[in-house]
Design a protein around this ligand. Structure first.
Ligand code: CA2
Length: 152
């Protein structure tokens, strides 16, 4: 059975497309979900959003038992949550951390994501298109054969 890909979204991202379009664009989270499903083709996706840190941690634990990869936009928890970082560190498959905006061009409080230490790759600043790129990349990463063990 094909393992699902988890696409997890943190606080306030349910308001995308409604405010601050100069930073986050005009695309709503529902539209982003549709883009992800289209990009994923036959790969099943669990696409979720929560405003709760606890819920994100529980979903990462759930993913650890059943997912082939995680794409996560932890939003503001990127800069504060060691608990989410610890949960991500337990996840054995590829993780892509994603931010719609280029956090490195923003105010200092938005620049140092704690999550990046656990991420296989990080995508920032591509807007909603970043999710499509992340889905394509993580499918490629998860389908890659593990490196052959060299025997003498
Ligand atoms: O660029 C991103 O994807 C962020 O993760 C978004 C977070 C922000 O704290 C990060 O620095 C970068 C904030 C999400 C706030 O969502 C909004 C949605 C609609 C309108 C305003 C904010």
């Amino acid at each position: 059975m094909t393992k699902p890909l988890y696409v997890l979204n943190g606080p306030n991202l349910n308001r995308l497309g409604m405010r601050e379009p100069d930073i986050y664009g005009h695309t709503t989270l529902a539209e982003i979900e549709a883009l992800c499903r289209h990009a994923a083709g036959t790969q099943p996706i669990e696409f979720r959003q929560t405003n709760s840190e606890t819920q994100l941690i529980d979903w990462i634990h759930e993913a650890t038992d059943r997912a082939c990869g995680i794409i996560i936009n932890p939003a503001a928890y990127s800069f504060t949550s060691i608990a989410i970082l610890d949960a991500l560190k337990m996840f054995p498959e590829p993780i892509i951390e994603l931010h719609i905006s280029n956090i490195h061009r923003r105010e200092e409080i938005y620049q140092r994501s704690l999550m990046s230490r656990a991420a296989t790759a990080v995508i920032v600043g591509l807007g909603a298109r970043g999710y499509v790129v992340a889905v394509q990349a993580i499918i490629e990463l998860t389908q890659r054969e593990p490196a052959a063990v060299q025997t003498p």
